[in-house]
Design a protein around this ligand. Structure first.
Ligand SMILES: *[C@@H]1O[C@H](CO)[C@@H](O)[C@H](O)[C@H]1NC(C)=O
Length: 218
């Protein structure tokens, strides 16, 4: 029995069985359709394909598979994805890509930053490395860390751009000012929480005592 195919060759074509296997017409194509030419070829109903054609491919001649739409390869073993899977994605079945880490979307065409980018960061791929591009006042893998250009001293932490959260006993934009709940007296200076550094002639926790030498000299 000889049947004629209107075909582009065995790959990337659809297959339509008409009238109980007497005639087979294969005219459906995708991007290649316009380039296709009509190639009559023999369909041998007794053909044997061993190993068998996969993914509903049809054995048209001995060891020659005619693949169904979306599959290719000698045994129709490979799925075809159109558009192709990008960024190293693997075509699992027609139209279904498995994407490598850092990429997503139907064709692995989108960069995906694990956990997202915060505070206005942009997920980008730079030389194949996917990462968040942070606005100038934020840093960290997800742009989750604020930047305090002034620094946060004495155990303070930067909680928003330029804003320090200070430990108890410290104040100021960079947590640089100690707080003495009871003020230092006689020219003493608060150098850390509730610690006064006294003028040479004074002593005591608040510099409240005049030193003896001061009396003597005076
Ligand atoms: C196909 O293979 C079978 C079994 O090996 C053989 O009998 C037959 O002649 C082959 N057909 C063609 C067209 O070569």
């Amino acid at each position: 029995m000889v049947l004629f195919f209107c075909s582009l060759g065995p790959l990337r074509t659809g297959l339509l069985l008409a009238s109980v296997g007497l005639f087979v017409s294969v005219c459906e194509g995708r991007s290649e359709a316009s380039r296709g030419v009509v190639i009559p070829f023999v369909f041998d109903p007794k053909a044997i394909c061993d190993p068998p054609c996969k993914h509903a491919g049809i054995c048209i001649r001995n060891n020659t598979c005619f693949c169904s739409k979306g599959y290719e390869g000698e045994l129709c073993q490979y799925a075809d994805c159109y558009p192709k899977c990008k960024n190293g994605g693997e075509c699992l079945r027609p139209g279904k890509c498995r994407c490598p880490p850092g990429f997503g979307g139907k064709y692995c065409h989108k960069v995906v930053c694990d956990g997202g980018c915060w505070n206005g960061g942009d997920c980008t791929a730079v030389n194949g490395v996917v990462k968040c591009l942070c606005p100038s006042s934020w840093t960290g893998s997800k742009c989750q860390e604020a930047i305090c250009p002034q620094g946060c001293r004495n155990g303070g932490s930067c909680v928003a751009p330029g804003i320090c959260s200070c430990l108890e006993g410290w104040l100021g934009g960079a947590c640089h000012t100690a707080v003495c709940k009871r003020p230092c007296l006689n020219g003493g200076k608060c150098i850390s929480p509730d610690v006064c550094r006294c003028h040479p002639h004074f002593s005591g926790p608040r510099c409240e005592e005049k030193k003896k030498a001061f009396y003597n000299r005076g």
